[in-house]
Structure formats: C-alpha cells, structure tokens
Design a protein around this ligand. Structure first.
Ligand SMILES: [Ca+2]
Length: 357
C-alpha cells in the first residue's frame, strides 16, 4: 500500500517550491534510482533500457496535413522571452529580438487522440511508452486502489506515478481506453518528443521551433503575460485549462476540467484563432534545451532553432496541472524541458508546416 508519508512529503515540497514546476523532471531513471531532488516532470525520464531500437523513417502522407485545421502565421519580428522572469532558472530571460523569415501554418488545436489514431493506423507506429511498457500518470487520475498498488515514485514529485500499461491509447493504464471513454477530441498524451516529431513528419509538417511557438502565442502583443493579455481571467472568464485549488491534492476545476479537456473548449487564445497554447497539455517544440545568452539581448536572431544537440527537449505552454503556487509556467515566455523519450499524462504537441511546402 502506498505509504502516507509519501503524500505528506509531496505536499511539503509543493509548499516550499515557489519556483517549482508541475511537469518537468520526470525521467525513467528517476523512478528506479529514487534519488532526484528537483521538482516537476523533467525528472521523468525513462532510462536507457528500452526504446533504443532504430525506427524506420516516417514518410509524409499526402493529405495528412489536412486532418486537422491550421492557420497561416505571417513572418515578422518580436521579442522572445522576458526581462521580468518569474522562474529565472528556466532561462526565460533575457528578452531578445527575433526575426522569423518564413510564413508557416500552425495547427489550431493540440493534436487529438483521433488525429494520432489516424497516424498509428496508417503507419503502425509504436510509441516510446508502448516500448517501455509504462509511463507517468498524475496520481489523482488514478483510483485509490490503483494508487495503492504502486510502490514507486520520484522523490520530490511523488504525485507522478509510473503506471504499467499506460500509453497514448490508455493514458491512465489498463482500463482507460480513450476511445471507449469517448475522448477522441482530447489531446493525445503519453507521447514522447520522438513520437510527437514522428506524428508531425507523417502530417507533412514538423514540430514548431520554440521561437515559432512563442511568436504565434504572442500574437503581436510583444510582452504580455498570456497570449490574450495580462489578465489570467479577463472579465472573470477562463481562457485556459489550468489548476484551481491546492496543488497537488485538491482541484476545484472551476474552469470545467480536473484533467485534460477536449481541445478548443475555450475561446481562441490568439487573434489568429489558435486554441489552448496555454494550458490543457504541454506542447513539445523542436529545440534542444538551452539557456539564452545575455549577449543576445540586442542582436537580431534570425529563425533561431536552438542548439544542434543536447540531452533534453523544450516544451511550452503549461498544462492542466499548472497553478501559480507551484508551476507558474502557463505564460508565453515560460519554458521547460524533458528527455526526448519521456512521456506523461499532461504532455502532447501541435505541428507546424512551412507555408511554401
Ligand atoms: Ca482545469
């Protein structure tokens, strides 16, 4: 049975971690070693035991781009990042001038279970979570009996539990089939960066760079906190699926959803008509993790795409687990990371495509 001290420890950690995070730090190794002390899901990596088999390249399927609607984003300049970082260690600062030279199409919605099923049906693709045989699930998404049967956790983020049999089709493990539960319009989760990149390649697109993602999210308002402005709930209305209540134990779900909800459940977050950039699920972007150079503040960076190699991939937007008390990462400038084979029940993606393609 799951020891109560683990729950108590997690709550104490949450209260102490003003700059903490809700969906980084999840590594496969962390579960086995039980020795990682930082927070969030970038501890949720999987280790090197599996998923080392080389996959066949994914071919773009003609017409697959059009299985989901997209909008045209025109090229332009903006200030990326912020000079008022809320989580300094995440490399939110400094702001820097960025120019994007090419127009691109961006998915209006996060990729859904229905979308991902079309990809799997066409290619027979096997995700990293299926190869490993398990993935990470937020504790409240499981029944008390299921939680009690799991005797492993990650130090500091004990609300993330390794669940055998959890994958994109059954994000909370056996018995949680998304199609049986009519969750086809929910964002696909339990997908690694590898899986996300493969899906976008099949669509004839790619993952956005961090710069493209943030440019689309800023929507011409160069330094606002959120895509729609500086107020989280303008006029009292919710614009994103986040966490209300006392993380990680009590979620009042005032925004309508305790966990991930159907894509497009709120009004578009940008004038271009894009939904759920902030909240619902984290979105992988193509860049390897890096921290911006201070010297880049006044230089114009053209089409930045991050370093050529690394150990962890960037993700943007925050998720339904984000709360200001613990994971204030539901902002346009916020960023976080995970190993490219990690997957969790609050991480998905959306794709882009060069407009000229
Ligand atoms: Ca919510």
């Amino acid at each position: 049975m799951r020891a109560p001290w683990l729950v108590l420890a997690s709550l104490a950690h949450a209260q102490d971690a003003e700059e903490g995070c809700c969906s980084g730090d999840l590594t496969r190794d962390a579960v086995e070693s039980n020795a990682v002390e930082s927070c969030g899901t970038d501890q949720l990596t999987r280790g090197a035991a599996a998923a080392t088999t080389t996959r066949a390249p994914i071919e773009a399927q003609p017409g697959a781009w059009d299985i989901a609607p997209s909008v045209l984003i025109q090229p332009g300049e903006f200030r990326m990042g912020t000079d008022r970082p809320r989580i300094f260690v995440d490399g939110e600062a400094p702001s820097r001038r960025v120019a994007l030279s090419r127009a691109f199409l961006m998915d209006v919605y996060e990729a859904t279970n229905d979308d991902f099923a079309a990809f799997v049906d066409a290619t027979g693709y096997v995700t990293d979570s299926e190869r490993f045989g398990w993935s990470f699930v937020f504790h409240l998404e499981l029944s008390e009996a299921r939680r009690a049967a799991i005797d492993k956790a990650v130090d500091g983020v004990e609300w993330w539990l390794p669940v055998n049999g959890s994958d994109w089709r059954s994000p909370q493990g056996p018995g949680s089939d998304v199609f049986a539960a009519k969750r086809g319009a929910h964002p696909v989760v339990q997908v690694s960066w590898h899986d996300a990149a493969a899906y976008c390649a099949w669509r004839g697109g790619r993952l956005p760079t961090e710069a493209e993602w943030e440019y689309a999210a800023r929507d011409g308002r160069s330094q606002t906190m959120y895509p729609w402005g500086n107020e989280l709930t303008p006029g009292g209305g919710y614009r994103a699926n986040l966490w209300q209540g006392d993380f990680p134990r009590s979620n009042t779900a005032d925004d309508g959803f305790s966990f991930a909800g159907p894509v497009g459940s709120y009004a578009p977050q940008t004038a271009t008509g894009i939904h759920d950039l902030i909240g619902n699920v984290w979105e992988w972007v193509s860049d390897w993790w890096y921290e911006p150079e201070a010297s880049a503040h006044d230089a114009v960076l053209r089409d930045p795409a991050g370093p050529s190699a690394g150990d962890e991939k960037l993700k943007k937007g925050g998720s339904f687990l984000c709360h200001k008390s613990y994971c204030f990462r539901y902002r346009s400038a916020a960023r976080h990371k995970n190993s490219p084979d990690s997957a969790s029940s609050n991480n998905g993606m959306r794709c882009v495509r060069d407009a000229a393609a």
